[in-house]
Design a protein around this ligand. Structure first.
Ligand SMILES: C[S@@+](CC[C@H](N)C(=O)[O-])C[C@H]1O[C@@H](n2cnc3c(N)ncnc32)[C@H](O)[C@@H]1O
Length: 255
């Protein structure tokens, strides 16, 4: 499932786009952002009320999955592509001060923003690490739950990402994510368009291949469901309608 996009161009576009998402959350993007999006996806209002506003304004996720993650006090969580940190803070409220949450991202401006918010608003159980989701700066079998929201579609080699998630999970640990997949394989002109890719469309894997990549990493999918997520520009909507590009949330367990 490795794709034929120019990976260097793609990485530069992704970093540029998510730098803007961190610094200019009111800008124009192919996707919705912020609290209205989070509320529509199913994030509970009473928890959103306890998450720092700066993290919510740059939220660019695609689904809700914390009901599937079933986090408990004291657990350790790793967030792949943590952005400005909304899910990191959400997870931190669930695991409490005896737990830990590590957010990993490769866009410096996103990390800086999330770090500043964690320090200013008192989340000592949160740590933000610079890194790639294809090579996590996290030890083997060291966490209870890996979460990720709207990120794995951006990775050219999804098998590598799921193998890393499986590596860092302890036996019995969960992968709980929301991501974009497609019903049909998209044509090359979309897959090779780094702009559409950076907007979470071009990199969407065909859904059967996506499931196989997860199960091939030794994770057993327990639940998968569709999310009320919509693209907002005409170009993104057209590609989405033509190929059945959609958001799903799922939980999978490491045996
Ligand atoms: C669509 S945003 C989602 C951010 C966050 N999960 C949220 O819900 O707001 C994608 C994030 O993943 C990061 N990202 C994309 N590809 C990555 C990679 N290969 N390694 C690390 N971070 C990556 C981007 O920098 C960006 O912050």
């Amino acid at each position: 499932m490795e794709a034929s996009v120019d990976t260097q161009e793609l990485e530069a576009k992704v970093k540029d786009m998510y730098r803007h998402v961190a610094e200019e959350p009111d800008g124009k993007y192919h996707f919705e952002m912020g609290r209205p999006l989070a509320a529509r996806l199913g994030y509970p209002a009473d928890v959103l009320d306890r998450i720092p506003e700066g993290a919510i304004e740059s939220f660019a996720g695609v689904g809700y999955f914390f009901d599937l993650a079933e986090l408990s006090e004291g657990e350790s969580v790793v967030d792949l592509g943590s952005g400005s940190g909304m899910d990191v803070f959400f997870a931190a409220l669930r695991v409490g001060s005896s737990g830990s949450v590590v957010g990993i991202d490769f866009t410096i401006e996103q990390l800086k923003k999330a770090r500043r918010i964690a320090q200013e608003t008192g989340f000592p159980q949160v740590e933000l690490r610079e890194g790639r989701i294809e090579k996590l700066p996290v030890p083997d079998a060291s966490c209870d739950c890996v979460v990720s929201n709207g990120v794995i579609n951006l990775a050219p080699d999804k098998e590598e990402v799921f193998a890393e998630a499986a590596r860092v999970l302890r036996p019995g640990g969960r992968l709980a994510i929301a991501d974009i997949v497609s019903e049909q394989q998209m044509k090359e002109s979309i897959v090779c368009d780094a702009d559409l890719w950076a907007s979470c469309i071009g990199g969407a894997a065909q859904q059967d291949a996506y499931r196989e990549a997860i199960e091939g990493a030794g994770l057993v999918i327990e639940t998968i469901r569709e999310n009320p997520y919509e693209f907002i520009t005409d170009r993104a909507r057209d590609a989405s309608a033509k190929y059945g590009v959609k958001s799903v949330s799922l939980v999978a367990r490491k045996d």
